[in-house]
Design a protein around this ligand. Structure first.
Ligand code: GLN
Length: 399
């Protein structure tokens, strides 16, 4: 491994001696690499999406209590019963979904494990997985590790819409599932009911599943609404819903997530989950009961605070000469850097770290073909207002 000025990696064509074929196709996470670079360069980290503000007091207190009460041993592998009950109750309250906590929920180590456990549970080698591009970088390695093939469908700015004909053409008899992330990382798109219905109809026509990453479900702007695919006609039995506490309750380091799916799917997912990780952190699951039982007002405040953060960042980006696509959900903004005249997104991020002291994620890490993302950079904004203002001051150095 060779390191360039700010640490971007270049393997120089060499492969480690002991490397399985299944790991040869992907590199380490660019998002997480950017966090390391930001720390090294003391840059404001608008790369990896995690809060720099405190987690809610009620939740920290609940976790302390759970540890003090000695809820410190393994829970049942698919999750502590009170936590599964709280998850089921929340989906009933918000979406009118009836979920059986005994047979349809698997608690896992974050949505990251939920996604890969689901893929490993349902795919055969050579199965195809449809993914919208740009996509959250984990879905690439996830599909490689599952041995599945990706079929990409483009989301096009400014509104990140897709061509229904292109989507239809991506489905065939080998399609096992579509991965759908709404609200979407990195684009901020929130899929509409019409779009979801269309996707659901294709799943039914081609006997495929919808694996939905709904981790940003409560982070919505400008009146956008989140609709779980599982609530649509014909999709209750065909959807695998992946979510976690990370973003909604500002505890990305807790690694507590869940997967909701019909009992036959859940049986397979639980088997994979059991042997991958046994279970998620027990006291944090018990604390999670307090989180999932929060009243409506908690989620309203969360969304309102994020709207304010978004507006601070968008204003700063505009002042610094960026063009961007306004997000309607999640906490990222994709920007168009073509006006800055740098060679590509990597060169731009390097420049951004060195000159402005702000870190972001090169757009190409969300695309299979890097050239398609070479004119884009993603900024995240789950940060204190003062962090975002500081980033805004620093971005002025780009002028
Ligand atoms: N989901 C966050 C992002 O896209 C964090 C990614 C990660 O490191 N797990 O930035």
């Amino acid at each position: 491994m060779r390191r360039t000025s700010v640490g971007f990696r270049d393997s120089g064509g060499r492969r480690p001696r002991f490397q399985s074929r299944r790991t040869a196709h992907f590199t380490e996470s660019v998002i997480r690499e950017m966090t390391r670079l930001a720390l090294e360069a003391r840059a404001v980290n608008l790369a990896q999406g995690f809060p720099d503000f405190p987690a809610p007091d009620f939740l920290k207190e609940a976790a302390r209590r759970a540890i003090a009460e000695d809820l410190n041993q393994y829970t049942i592998t698919w999750g502590a019963k009170p936590f599964r009950d709280a998850i089921a109750a929340k989906y009933a309250r918000f979406y009118g979904l009836e979920i059986d906590p005994e047979r349809e929920i698997t608690v896992c180590c974050g949505a990251t494990e939920g996604m890969i456990a689901s893929l490993l549970a349902v795919t055969e080698p050579e199965d195809e997985i449809v993914i919208f591009e740009p996509f959250y970088e984990n879905y690439g390695p996830d599909t490689y590790l599952a041995g599945a093939r990706r079929r990409l469908v483009r989301l096009e700015p400014p509104d990140w819409s897709f061509d229904p004909a292109e989507l239809r053409a991506a489905f065939n008899r080998r399609t096992k599932a579509i991965i759908l992330n709404t609200p979407n990382n990195p684009t901020g798109k929130v899929f509409s009911r019409e779009e979801l219905v269309l996707i659901g109809e294709l799943c039914q026509e081609f006997d495929a599943l919808a694996i939905t990453d709904e981790i940003y479900e409560h982070i919505l702007y400008d009146g956008a609404r989140h609709i779980p695919m599982m609530t649509l006609p014909g999709m209750r039995e065909r959807s695998i819903l992946v979510n976690s506490m990370s973003k909604t309750y500002s505890v990305t380091g807790w690694r507590v997530g869940w997967v909701i799916a019909a009992p036959d799917l859940t049986d397979s997912i639980r088997k994979v989950h059991d042997f991958l990780t046994v279970g998620a952190a027990a006291p944090l699951q018990y604390a999670g009961v307090a989180a999932l039982s929060q009243p409506e007002a908690y989620y309203e405040t969360l969304a309102a605070d994020y709207a304010r953060r978004r507006d601070i960042l968008l204003e700063a980006l505009e002042a610094a000469g960026f063009r961007y696509w306004r997000p309607r959900g999640a906490y990222y903004v994709m920007t168009d850097i073509s006006g800055f005249g740098l060679r590509n997104d990597y060169a731009f991020v390097r420049h951004l770290i060195e000159v402005a002291g702000v870190a972001a994620v090169p757009g190409s890490s969300f695309f299979e073909d890097p050239s398609r993302g070479a004119g884009m950079v993603r900024f995240c904004f789950p940060k204190k207002y003062e962090t975002l203002r500081e980033a805004g001051e620093r971005l002025k150095r780009l002028a």
